[in-house]
Each structure stands twice: as C-alpha cells, then as structure tokens.
Write a protein that binds this ligand. Structure first.
Ligand SMILES: Cc1ncc(C[n+]2csc(CCOP(=O)(O)OP(=O)(O)O)c2C)c(N)n1
Ligand SMILES: [Mg+2]
Length: 226
C-alpha cells in the first residue's frame, strides 16, 4: 500500500482515474469537521479533470469551503490522445470558474513557481476561504507506458516535446541553486551519482528478491465472498 498516515500521505490504492476526488475531498471534510488547521493537497492529470467526480468534488468543496488544493499536472497527453483534442477548455484552470474558486496557472517545470502557487492556495485554505485549483503546465516526454514509442505524435507535437525536453525542471533548479551559491557543480554531480546508485541498487534488490506468491490459497485470501 502506497502511503504513510504518520507523514500525512493518504494510502490510495485504486487504478481507477478520479477515485481520488471523493477520497481526498472527504478527507478535507473530515479535517474541517474536526476543526484541524491541516490542508489536503491532491494531484491528478489533465484527462482526469474530465471525469464527473472532479466536477462533483470541486463543487462540493467550494460550497462547504473545504481546506483542499486540487493540483492538475497538465502534461498535454492522456494516454494516446493529445489533451487539446479532448478538452474544449483553453486552460484546465478555467474549470475553476464554474465552481467559484481561484484557478491558477503555474509553470510546472519551475519548482519555485509551483511552490509559490501551492503555498498561496494552502494559506488561503488555512484561512478558511476554501479550495483552489492549480494547473501546472508541463509536457509528457515519453510514451504513456513502457513500450509506447508515441508514434502517434505528429511532427509538430514531436517538436513541441523536444522544446520541453530542454526545460528539464531538475536541470533548471540545479542551475538556479548553483547561481545562488547554494550548490556547486561538483556537489550537484555527486548527488546525481549517489541517487543513480541508490536507484540501481533498489532495482537489483527487487529483481533478486523473493517471487510473489502465486498459489490459489493466497490469491483468494482477503477476498470477500458472502
Ligand atoms: C476510469 C478510468 N478510465 C480509464 C483508465 C485508463 N487510463 C489510465 S491512465 C489514463 C490517462 C490519464 O491521463 P491524465 O489524467 O492526463 O494523466 P497522465 O497519465 O497524463 O499523468 C487512462 C485513460 C483508468 N485507469 N480509469
Ligand atoms: Mg496527462
């Protein structure tokens, strides 16, 4: 189960898009009822903002002024369809208007811009002024999943991807920190190597680890059958 209540990360185990809206909005309702000063931050993709649950949740959260920030990561693609061919709204942030809440656009590849937008929305929620929608503009560089070479992209769409590739957020933020004197080029390289080694070791451990159980008894355990 991915999550850690101790760290305030809700375990969310469904692969069904948009199920996170009733769960996160319900959590925000619980925080309000318990008069806690905490705020829920939930992120999701551009295509997921077309599901009915998104619209129901934003309306409900706005009416009750719930402490929640909806963060949409608009990477311009939903599986094999370009978002511009599937969503009529110019910006996803425009969808906030229908629910009487702020709809803010941030450069999703700029760490500080995203931080500022989220901090503002969290402060607003903490003041009891209700939810916000933030749209982080970015671009999916690869396919939807392993093996998807994204051959369905037009030449123009491919060129757009290459332009976004140059705006790598980690590279941009590293350069910012070096310019500010917080980091040196050597230290940045050292951290990158350390992280790469950590990921490689985790992959090797996973491959060398025990195979998952595949017997019938285990498969049927924890299955409810009246
Ligand atoms: C209700 C539902 N419909 C369809 C799918 C299949 N599906 C998985 S990911 C995906 C695209 C999601 O696009 P987006 O919300 O933009 O997120 P991204 O993958 O771009 O981060 C789809 C349609 C699903 N998991 N759940
Ligand atoms: Mg997407």
């Amino acid at each position: 189960m991915v999550g850690s209540l101790k760290h305030g990360i809700l375990p969310w185990t469904t692969g069904t898009l948009a199920q996170l809206f009733p769960i996160s909005t319900g959590a925000a309702l619980a925080l309000k009822q318990k008069k806690q000063k905490r705020v829920v931050v939930v992120s999701f993709g551009d295509s997921t903002s077309s599901r009915g649950e998104f619209h129901e949740a934003l309306n409900f959260a706005s009416i009750l002024k719930l402490p929640i920030v909806y963060v949409c990561i608009n990477n311009k693609w939903g599986e094999y369809t370009a978002t511009k061919k599937a969503i009529a709204a110019k910006d996803i942030a425009d969808r906030a208007k229908g629910y009487n809440m702020p709809g803010v656009i941030a450069d999703g590849n700029d760490v500080l811009a995203v931080n500022e937008a989220v901090q503002n929305a969290v402060a607003r929620a903490r003041r009891g002024e209700g939810p916000s929608l933030i749209e982080c503009k970015t671009c999916r560089l690869g396919g939807h999943q392993t093996g998807d070479k994204a051959l369905y992209r037009t030449k123009e769409e491919q060129a757009e991807v290459e332009a976004w590739r140059k705006k790598d957020p980690i590279k941009q933020f590293t350069e910012y920190l070096i310019k500010k004197g917080v980091l040196t080029k050597e230290k940045a390289e050292e951290y990158a190597q350390q992280t790469k080694a950590k990921v490689e070791k985790a992959c090797q451990d996973a491959v060398a680890g025990a195979r998952p159980r595949r017997d019938k008894e285990f498969a049927l355990s924890e299955v409810f059958a009246p």
